[in-house]
Write a new protein. Structure first.
Length: 303
């Protein structure tokens, strides 16, 4: 017996003959595959849109479980749109050497991304309709607009329309799921649509040259990088103005302050975007967040 009270064991001759054991790498490989798949879902925009919509749900007076249901449905929809975008664009991204894309880098296959997009869309269906039939239909129409963009509208002069429709569907989805299914206020829908147009310009701006090289001639590509950059602050500031002053009753001091903040952030983002490609979209997210904070402060009246 040894000091621990266990019997001494003879060395395993068979183990010595087999040689050193090879580490099981299946766990790290699986984790790497999951991380690569998440990279392909456009995580930044997906998380930003989901959290902002969650803020809208709080502003509209939804309870905790209702907010979580909205967040889950929107996240599933955003994942499906993001993954379908990378699956559809795999050949284009490879042609221009976008190594930041997981598919182009070989970290994940286009087939796996396509499967993930379909699974997320399948999950989005029951989650959306769990908020109510009309609310669910509106949200799925917005998700469908995102898919339509990926499948061809991005290459047309109407490339802004899916963004406008997708963003506009979010406040409508939130409000139509409330008890009594009240109609969403027009100013929240219009403000969200304008934010969508701004997000489209900001999202496309860094990739205009690559898009033109692969035959994508959407609205920003036709305008060109310079004019798109100059136009970018307009829909963002217009959206904040609608959200600040469209609500019935006095806007108070918060309204002008929100508009001023939107002007500074949107214009600053457009200027910095000339040398830092990711800044314009970040600025668009900040402007959207200003709008949500405004709604949280003033309340989100329903019609």
């Amino acid at each position: 017996m040894d000091r621990a009270g266990t019997a001494d064991r003879a060395p395993d001759a068979g183990a010595a003959a087999r040689g050193p054991r090879t580490p099981d790498r299946r766990g790290p490989r699986a984790a790497g595959a999951v991380c690569s798949l998440l990279r392909a879902c456009h995580p930044g925009p997906a998380v930003a849109v989901t959290l902002l919509t969650g803020g809208l749900a709080v502003a509209a007076g939804r309870t905790g479980p209702g907010v979580l249901l909205v967040v889950a449905a929107v996240l599933a929809g955003q994942l499906s749109v993001g993954w379908s975008n990378d699956a559809v664009d795999a050949a284009r991204d490879t042609a221009v050497g976008r190594r930041t894309k997981a598919v182009v880098a070989g970290a994940v296959t286009a087939g796996a991304v396509r499967t993930a997009a379909g699974a997320a869309l399948a999950l989005c269906l029951p989650l959306s309709f769990a908020c109510g039939p009309l609310a669910g239909a509106v949200h799925l129409a917005g998700v469908g607009a995102g898919w339509a963009y990926n499948l061809g509208l991005k290459s047309t002069v109407l490339s802004w329309l899916p963004y406008a429709a997708g963003f506009a569907s979010l406040p409508a989805f939130v409000v139509l799921g409330l008890p009594g299914r009240p109609w969403p206020p027009w100013w929240t829908v219009l403000g969200a649509a304008l934010l969508g147009v701004g997000a489209h310009l900001a999202n496309v701006l860094p990739d205009i040259a690559d898009d033109l090289a692969t035959g994508v001639h959407g609205w920003p590509q036709r305008l060109g990088r310079h004019r798109s950059g100059l136009l970018l602050p307009v829909p963002l500031v217009a959206a904040t103005t609608v959200l600040a002053f469209g609500r019935p009753g006095p806007a108070g001091a918060a309204g002008p302050f929100a508009v001023a903040a939107a002007v500074i952030v949107a214009a600053g983002g457009a200027l910095l975007g000339r040398t830092r490609p990711k800044v314009p979209f970040a600025a668009a997210v900040v402007v959207a967040a200003v709008g949500v904070v405004l709604l949280l402060r003033q309340g989100m009246a329903t019609g």
